[in-house]
Design a protein around this ligand. Structure first.
Ligand code: A2P
Length: 297
């Protein structure tokens, strides 16, 4: 298989492409951009597409996928599509209807992966997998304590296949990554490029990842860009990485992640950048016992 379609095998036997296309954009960005960018991403070679009910763009992303299937560029089984259950549908009887609503918006028969977007229970998710509506189920924004809670649940039928969390050189999640690896759970990185600076929930005083002098120097050394260094870093440490861009040139650029390699010394240098900068704190959820970001990892 072409290296750009490189996949990781999940603990339930399904395969996930190691580079994903992130589709989230702030509310002010017209939804039509999601359609356009997702088509461009598929044309550029992305086969893993990440969205969520919360992003309010599944209609457009689904249309993009279906149009690339209709024009013969890809088959449904070539695409790995992730959706996520939002917190207003956590009651068990609301889970399947929520997934069915996403599928209806997408006009697809199944999703490849359905994630619990923010920590809650798992039973009703397992039923979605059994019903064939989701090939795999996983979680997002779980810390190791919440993961342990799920893994130790009596009668657990399916382990989550992945945990999608913020992960980049300033917040490299080393401990959570080691924990996930020890449980055969793939860590999927979001905000891998340091998140959307224009978002109100990102502290404007936080350091700008892609301007980091060390990443810039490595970019120069490899004749790439700081973004590519940040993406490549994740692949080489066994993390599946999401790259969001709505810009054609940068969508294409991000596929170059398969065209070069960092040395073990480069990797160590990037490890040294870790500085506990979490861009997405989701403070509005702080307080309830399941708020995931108070623990060390
Ligand atoms: P744009 O959509 O204009 O390309 P994250 O995934 O960490 O949330 O970061 C996404 C942000 O990084 C987006 O705002 C995106 O902007 C930008 N981005 C994506 N790819 C690149 C790249 N190769 N170089 C610089 N910025 C990028």
């Amino acid at each position: 298989m072409d290296s750009k379609y490189q996949c990781v095998k999940l603990n339930d036997g399904h395969f996930m492409p190691v580079l994903g296309f992130g589709t989230y954009a702030p509310a002010e960005v017209p939804k039509s951009k999601a359609l356009e960018a997702t088509k461009l991403a598929i044309e550029a070679g992305f086969r893993h597409i990440d969205s969520a009910h919360l992003y309010n763009n599944e209609e457009q992303v689904g249309l993009a996928i279906r149009s690339k299937i209709a024009d013969g560029s890809v088959k449904r089984e070539d695409i790995f599509y992730t959706s996520k259950l939002w917190s207003n549908s956590h009651r068990p009887e609301l889970v399947r209807p929520a997934l069915e609503r996403s599928l209806k918006n997408l006009q697809l028969d199944y999703v490849d992966l359905y994630l619990i977007h923010f920590p809650v229970s798992v039973k009703a998710m397992e039923k979605c997998k059994d019903a064939g509506l989701a090939k795999s189920i996983g979680v997002s924004n779980f810390n190791h304590r919440l993961l342990e809670m799920i893994l130790n649940k009596p009668g657990l039928k399916y382990k989550p296949v992945c945990n999608q969390v913020e992960c980049h050189p300033y917040f490299n999640q080393r401990k959570l990554l080691d924990f996930c690896k020890s449980k055969d759970i793939v860590l999927v990185a979001y905000s891998a490029l340091g998140s959307h600076r224009e978002e109100k929930w990102v502290d404007p005083n936080s350091p700008v990842l892609l301007e980091d002098p060390v990443l810039c120097a490595l970019a120069k050394k490899h004749k790439r860009t700081p973004a590519l260094i940040a993406l490549r870093y994740q692949l080489q440490r066994g993390v599946v990485v999401l790259a969001k861009s709505y810009n054609e040139q940068r969508i294409r650029q991000n596929m170059q992640v398969f065209e070069f390699q960092l040395t073990p010394e480069d990797m160590k240098t990037i490890d040294g950048l870790n500085r506990n900068v979490r861009y997405l704190t989701l403070d509005i959820f702080a307080g309830p016992p399941n708020y995931p970001f108070s623990d060390e990892y």
